[in-house]
Design a protein around this ligand. Structure first.
Ligand code: NDP
Ligand code: MG
Length: 392
């Protein structure tokens, strides 16, 4: 059987490592083309020695010698920096995992699509910042966009064999994150350490903090709108503390399809890895008799205002998602470096949207890559300035 050629952008991250875990259990089915990492050079070397990709790419120059030395006895090519990352994305593969965190993941995904690879999309920021562009590339190249985010994988799976025009609504579930039950005055004092623990999922630090602020759900609302061409009115959010139901699709005849599974990303990753087939993954199964009951509640939009911002961004349309995401990434950096408090993130993101979209109308620019990267930069600068003003 022909091996499936896989590239993984963000191989040293949480999604990347889970993907390699699944590939490692079924080595004969896959061949690795690219493994890219950021600064975690030890993990990148370990993965490169184990999987012997065609090329391995790290982020910064000071890693070059270490990487070259470690791989000197192998056939693995070594690349460093952004240009090498983008070049590696053009290498022929069947399926590229977009698992870099942040808007930095957009371009490798677009290039992979342009070069004929199906895209396993964990990087939700791509759809938020540039949904129409990503979809356009996929259509032009006749490639599949396969969601990896658990909620979107759930919707994608529930829609197999269905007519998307029959969708009435889509419900994204949310665990509620680390501060689900915290009062506002306590959330205001939250530290990065407290925000970096998730009750159910084991993920990278940035998405974990975004889960605590519900910015993650806000991004996912926009991601769902873009991926499945929904209207904002069709998308709802329900807090479901157990994280067993990942999403529910309601159809026009009143029938609803829910997708369930343990909170383990390897289910969604395995589905994308083997799409359109399914393979035995040998992961934990849910025991409903033990679980007993599932609970759901409406999200508290006062304590978690990021959800409201997602609807604001969807009504603005255009490339406002790029502003939203870039401002969100910048305020997260501000919170991580303790320049601003947890509850100061949302107002700064909102002010950035007001300035660039409501006042300057930049979101109405054509949704091409140059404009998206430009507006991303502008939003980062404005949000960074607002953070500075907040401190002074
Ligand atoms: P991690 O922070 O764990 O990993 C991010 C990866 O991207 C690492 O390999 C990191 O390298 C690399 N990276 C970071 N910045 C850059 C950059 N500027 N250039 C090149 N590479 C870079 O993130 P996650 O795995 O948690 O998330 C990845 C994506 O998947 C995100 O978009 C997230 O929202 C999405 N996602 C994640 C889920 C999860 O379970 N983790 C669930 C659903 C979606 P290094 O670590 O070596 O510095
Ligand atoms: Mg998710």
């Amino acid at each position: 059987m022909k091996k499936k050629r896989i590239s993984i952008f963000g191989a040293t991250g949480s999604v990347g490592q889970n993907t390699l875990d699944l590939i490692g259990r079924d080595r004969q089915s896959y061949e690795i083309v690219v493994l890219s990492g950021g600064s975690n050079i030890d993990l990148l070397i370990k993965a490169a020695l184990e999987f012997e990709p065609q090329v391995v790419v790290a982020a910064t120059n000071d890693q070059l010698d270490e990487l070259k030395n470690a791989l000197s006895k192998t056939q693995v090519e070594v690349g460093i920096g952004r240009a090498a990352l983008l070049e590696s994305a053009s290498r022929k593969c069947d399926l590229a995992f977009s698992a870099i965190v942040g808007a930095a993941g957009l371009e490798p995904g677009l290039i992979a699509l342009e070069n004929g690879a199906d895209l396993a999309l964990a990087n939700k920021e791509s759809m938020v910042a540039a949904g129409s562009l990503v979809k356009q590339k996929a259509i032009e190249s006749k490639c599949n966009l396969i969601p990896v985010d658990s909620e979107h994988s759930a919707i994608f799976q529930a829609l197999q064999g269905e007519n998307v025009n029959a969708i009435e609504r889509v419900i994204l579930t949310a665990s509620g994150g680390a501060f689900r039950d915290w009062p506002l005055d306590k959330i205001a004092q939250a530290t990065p350490e407290q925000a970096s623990t998730h009750p159910n999922w084991n993920m990278g630090q940035r998405i974990t903090i975004d889960s605590a602020s519900m910015f993650n759900k806000a991004l996912e609302i926009i991601e769902a709108k873009e991926l499945f061409s929904l209207s904002s009115e069709q998308i709802e959010v329900l807090v479901h503390p157990q994280s067993y139901v990942h999403a529910i699709v309601g159809f026009c005849d009143g029938g609803m399809m829910a997708h369930l599974g343990p909170p383990d990303m390897r289910h969604a990753i395995g589905y994308a890895l083997n799409y359109p087939n399914r393979k035995t993954l040998q992961l934990e199964n849910l025991d409903f008799a033990k679980i007993g009951s599932l609970t759901f509640m409406a999200p508290d939009k006062e304590r978690f205002p990021a959800i409201g911002l997602a609807y604001e961004v969807m009504s603005l349309g255009g490339i406002s998602g790029a502003v939203f995401n870039a401002a969100k990434e910048t305020t997260l950096d501000g919170f991580l470096s303790k320049q601003i408090g947890f509850l100061e993130m949302c107002p700064i993101v909102e002010k950035t949207i007001v300035k660039l979209c409501h006042v300057e109308n930049c979101h109405k620019l054509e949704a091409n890559l140059i404009n998206i990267l430009d507006i991303d930069k502008m939003a980062r600068n404005i949000a960074a300035e607002l953070i500075r003003m907040q401190r002074s």
